[in-house]
Design a protein around this ligand. Structure first.
Ligand code: HPA
Length: 246
C-alpha cells in the first residue's frame, strides 16, 4: 500500500474518496493524526497523513516522526510520498517549481531520529548513500510527466531545525554545502523510512527564495509562502493523482 504524507498546505487530497479513518497508537507515541484511507479515481486504497496535524498545530521539531512512520508501516504501507514546502537556494530552484530531490543534508538536532535504541537490539546502520528510494523517485517523475507538470529531477534538500526561518548567512553556508532547497521536515523522516525499508520519495514545492537569495533580498513573508502554496499546490495534486493511478 502507498501513503502520502502531506506538509504545509496539504491537509487533504483533491479527489480522494475517503473510505475510513483509523487511529493508530505506536510504541513511540501518537502519530500526527488519524490515518485517512481512500481512493483517487480507480486507484488502490491509499493512506493519507497530515504531518503537522489536520489543523496544522505541530511545528516541525514537535512532529513525532517515529510514530508517523511506525504507524504507516504497521498498517501495511511499503511506499511513501512525502510532500513538503521548501525555500529555493540553487540556480533554477525558483518559487512555484516542484522538485524531486535526490540527496539530503541534515542540519537538525535533538530530534528522535532512529528506531534502534540499543538495549538487546543488534546495532544497525541504515545505508543512506541514496536517501530516497530509486523506484519511488522514478515513479514520481513518470507521474509528473503523465500529468503534464514540469518538475526538477534531483537536488539536495537541506533540513533545518526550525521553526524559525534561516539567516542569510546560514543559507549562504548551505549553498556552499551544495544544498538546492531548504525545508524543516525531510529529516529524520527519510532516515526512519529507510530503517523500516520503505520506498520513500519526496515532492518539494518551492514556496519562496530562501533567506537572502533570489531577486529580492528582503525578508520572507509567511503570506508569500501561503500565496505560492495556494497557486501551485494543484500541480502537486495532479502528480499525486497520476502516481496512485500509474
Ligand atoms: N526555509 C525552511 N523551510 C521552508 C522555507 C524556508 O525558506 N520555505 C518553506 N519551508
Amino acid at each position: 500500500m502507498q501513503a502520502i504524507i502531506g506538509g504545509t498546505g496539504l491537509y487533504q487530497l483533491t479527489g480522494l474518496t475517503v473510505t475510513r479513518r483509523q487511529v493508530v497508537r505506536t510504541p513511540y507515541g501518537e502519530p500526527s493524526g488519524a490515518l485517512t484511507y481512500g481512493r483517487i479515481g480507480d486507484s488502490d486504497e491509499i493512506v493519507f497523513l497530515a504531518r503537522h496535524g489536520y489543523g496544522h498545530t505541530l511545528a516541525p521539531h514537535r512532529i513525532n516522526y517515529r510514530a508517523n512512520l511506525w504507524a504507516l508501516h504497521e498498517v501495511g504501507v511499503r511506499r511513501i510520498v512525502s510532500v513538503a514546502t521548501v525555500g529555493g537556494i540553487g540556480d533554477g530552484y525558483t518559487p512555484g517549481r516542484i522538485v524531486v530531490p535526490d540527496q539530503i543534508i541534515d542540519y537538525t538536532h535533538d530530534r528522535l531520529h532512529t528506531f534502534f535504541e540499543g538495549g538487546d537490539q543488534p546495532v544497525a546502520h541504515a545505508d543512506m548513500t541514496l536517501p530516497y528510494g530509486a523506484e519511488m523517485r522514478a515513479d514520481l517523475l513518470t507521474a509528473a510527466e503523465a500529468a503534464g507538470i514540469d518538475v526538477r529531477d534531483g537536488g539536495t534538500y537541506g533540513c533545518t531545525q526550525g521553526p524559525r526561518l534561516e539567516t542569510a548567512a546560514e543559507i549562504r553556508r548551505m549553498a556552499r554545502d551544495g544544498c538546492d532547497v531548504v525545508g524543516m521536515t525531510g529529516m529524520p523522516e527519510a532516515a526512519l523510512a529507510r530503517e523500516l525499508e520503505l520506498d520513500y520519495g519526496a515532492l518539494c514545492l518551492i514556496t519562496n527564495d530562501a533567506a537572502g537569495q533570489g531577486a529580492s533580498t528582503g525578508t520572507i513573508s509567511l503570506d508569500e509562502i501561503r500565496n505560492t502554496v495556494e497557486t501551485t499546490m494543484q500541480g502537486i495534486h495532479a502528480i499525486l493523482g497520476s502516481l496512485v493511478n500509474l
